[in-house]
Design a protein around this ligand. Sequence first.
Ligand code: AMP
Length: 142
Amino acid sequence: MADNIFRKILDGEIPSRDVYEDDDTYAFLDVNPLARGHTLVIPKEDAETLEDLDDGGAALFDTVRRLAPRVADAVGAPAYNIGLNNGEEAGQEVPHVHVHIVPRFDDDGGHPIHAIQPSPPSFDDDEMDGIQDAIADETRSL
Ligand code: AMP
């Protein structure tokens, strides 16, 4: 068994404000909310990143897609962001995969997902061709 704070929450060793649970997933309020209703959805299976999940995240994202609009409705939010910091370099702090559902409100002072990189790189056409080919090569076997 893994030893991290979300495993402890799943095992009932530390408390959480749960809002949903099924056979494979669990959802609870983020303790440092970015907005009213900021919710985390986690798999019950131990997995540090999405790639470590046996089903590749199918159950996790099924819960997210069903839960997110209900979370938003519950707090009167007209919109929401969904985010997953997948890996340490992406900002993941807790080594148990989790999806953030962040309700968004009119004039809430927040930003779109593009704000994760304030100084985006620029690529010329040749570089974009190379990037496209590299990714298409990787995905050909899907
Ligand atoms: P991340 O940076 O994507 O790993 O996000 C981890 C999130 O977990 C942060 O938003 C924290 O506020 C949240 N968090 C950490 N500990 C707890 C806890 N005990 N209960 C609820 N949320 C937590």
